[in-house]
Write a protein that binds this ligand. Structure first.
Ligand SMILES: *[C@@H]1O[C@H](CO)[C@@H](O)[C@H](O)[C@H]1NC(C)=O
Ligand SMILES: *[C@@H]1O[C@H](CO)[C@@H](O)[C@H](O)[C@H]1NC(C)=O
Ligand SMILES: *[C@@H]1O[C@H](CO)[C@@H](O)[C@H](O)[C@H]1NC(C)=O
Ligand SMILES: *[C@@H]1O[C@H](CO)[C@@H](O)[C@H](O)[C@H]1NC(C)=O
Ligand SMILES: *[C@@H]1O[C@H](CO)[C@@H](O)[C@H](O)[C@H]1NC(C)=O
Ligand SMILES: *[C@@H]1O[C@H](CO)[C@@H](O)[C@H](O)[C@H]1NC(C)=O
Ligand SMILES: *[C@@H]1O[C@H](CO)[C@@H](O)[C@H](O)[C@H]1NC(C)=O
Ligand SMILES: *[C@@H]1O[C@H](CO)[C@@H](O)[C@H](O)[C@H]1NC(C)=O
Length: 378
């Protein structure tokens, strides 16, 4: 549940111009377009947090949240104090490496910290929300390593409002020697009626995992299509929900928090502990008419040959799997022709925003003229 409206910060969006040899003009598909069952999405948003080094995460498309809730409002013995500095990038030192040392030590990736000092009655926690709020139907994938300290809730979710929300929530108290657990949740009109408690509704599933989520990065994913939300882990299907599904557009959020409630987050932990995000990849349809126009412009007539199949991640994307164990596929790193008309975000503070993704700044500069015709501002 998101307890506060997300502030509107103006944001200049980069739309990659259309190129002659573009490949994915008509979108990105789940399964091949020749498969009997497939779905096509028009938009993408990808973040490679293993190689993102920014003081201002909003340049990467995310807004860290600053707000607090009293213990009464947070329904636990402690209040929650979500603070911006608790969202912190930590890239690999070597820009082309997929393992090795990170800038600030420990696991590379975007960190969401829960702090150990709660002496003032609040637990310092972290939350961030995507700038984009226009996703309706899609495939949403994250590389995540959860807190190794008992007593936090780490979550990844899509959010329209308190009765339209799709969650994957991890309670570190549920991790133990042999296995872990992910809580699959839809917030629905029924959970709102039950005082925001989804745990006794039909759209709640405690899913056992064959591993501890705090030992390695794994890919957690849900595919939302009309009539179905399907949950996957490392490419393996785990569970689906087909009732009370959301219907509106929304944004993505991550948070990591504790309020000491023994029935949910438990804790709070006595020392700082992080949840680390190695990547976020979203392929989705937009509710924004301007994005529809951009899509129509590059794909006036649907042509399955101009749809790119989204690769499946079928193993844990973890550096322990080998020097390239954490290496996964990004359309945004595969060249501008793979992201025609898409909005792409910055990754590092030391490269120019527009040139950060692709090898040749000169190609980019030559495109800036056409580029200005497709700058889009929400
Ligand atoms: C993709 O294929 C799998 C396996 O056949 C199927 O279960 C799934 O529903 C398909 N996805 C879509 C979006 O059609
Ligand atoms: C996404 O939008 C495209 C273009 O409008 C449409 O063809 C496709 O069916 C939509 N996908 C889903 C899953 O609704
Ligand atoms: C962070 O970046 C966003 C997007 O460029 C900008 O609107 C905002 O002012 C920046 N915040 C700070 C503190 O610089
Ligand atoms: C909670 O937020 C309000 C408004 O930003 C602020 O005035 C107050 O000091 C904060 N309380 C705590 C305990 O951090
Ligand atoms: C809440 O977080 C803000 C910003 O990090 C900090 O200034 C404030 O002291 C914190 N309040 C408490 C009670 O932890
Ligand atoms: C959520 O949004 C839907 C559609 O806009 C609306 O019908 C519903 O009442 C909203 N729910 C809440 C809890 O605000
Ligand atoms: C480990 O956690 C799982 C899932 O929460 C639980 O079913 C199992 O009993 C636990 N095992 C031990 C040894 O605590
Ligand atoms: C869950 O719902 C059932 C049926 O409505 C009810 O009997 C039970 O008391 C509920 N349990 C909790 C913990 O709310």
């Amino acid at each position: 549940m998101l307890h506060r409206a997300v502030g509107a910060v103006p944001w200049l969006l980069l739309a990659v111009p259309r190129l002659a040899n573009a490949a994915c003009e008509c979108g990105y598909s789940l399964n091949k377009t020749t498969d009997a069952d497939h779905a096509v999405f028009t938009d993408l948003m990808e973040n490679d947090f293993l190689h993102t080094s920014l003081d201002n995460v909003t340049e990467a498309g995310w807004r860290p949240q600053q707000y607090n809730m009293s213990s009464e409002a947070s329904r636990g013995p402690f209040g929650k104090n979500f603070s911006i500095p608790n969202v912190e990038t930590n890239a690999f030192k070597q820009a082309d490496a997929w393992s090795g040392e990170s800038e600030k030590g420990g696991d590379a990736g975007l960190k969401l910290w829960v702090r150990g000092d709660h002496s003032r009655g609040f637990v310092n926690s972290a939350e961030m929300a995507s700038v984009r709020d226009d996703a309706a139907y899609g495939s949403f994938r994250v590389g995540l390593k959860l807190s190794a300290q008992s007593g936090t809730c780490g979550a990844f979710f899509w959010y329209h409002n308190n009765s339209q929300e799709i969650d994957m929530e991890f309670l570190s108290k549920q991790f133990n020697q042999s296995q872990g657990t992910v809580n699959l949740v839809l917030q629905t009109p029924e959970s709102v009626e039950k005082n925001y408690d989804a745990s006794n509704t039909s759209e709640f599933k405690v899913q056992a995992l064959p591993f501890r989520p705090d030992e390695k990065f794994h890919e957690y994913r849900f595919d939302w299509s009309p009539g179905r939300v399907a949950f996957y882990v490392d490419g393996t299907f785990h569970y689906e929900m087909t009732n009370n599904l959301p219907t509106q557009g929304g944004r993505f959020l991550f948070n990591h928090w504790s309020n000491g409630d023994p029935l949910w987050s438990a804790g709070p932990p006595g020392a700082d502990t992080a949840m680390t995000i190695s990547y976020m990849k979203s392929y989705f349809n937009s509710t924004d008419p301007a994005r529809h126009d951009v899509h129509k412009g590059r794909c006036p007539t649907y042509d399955p040959a101009k749809v790119c199949a989204i690769p499946e991640q079928t193993k844990a994307p973890d550096p322990s799997e080998g020097p390239d164990g954490a290496k996964t596929y990004f359309f945004t790193k595969d060249g501008p022709d793979k992201v025609p008309g898409q909005i792409v975000y910055r990754q590092t503070s030391y490269e120019g925003a527009a040139t950060s993704l692709f090898a040749s700044p000169s190609i980019y500069l030559s495109l800036l003229v056409t580029f200005f015709s497709c700058i889009i501002v929400i």
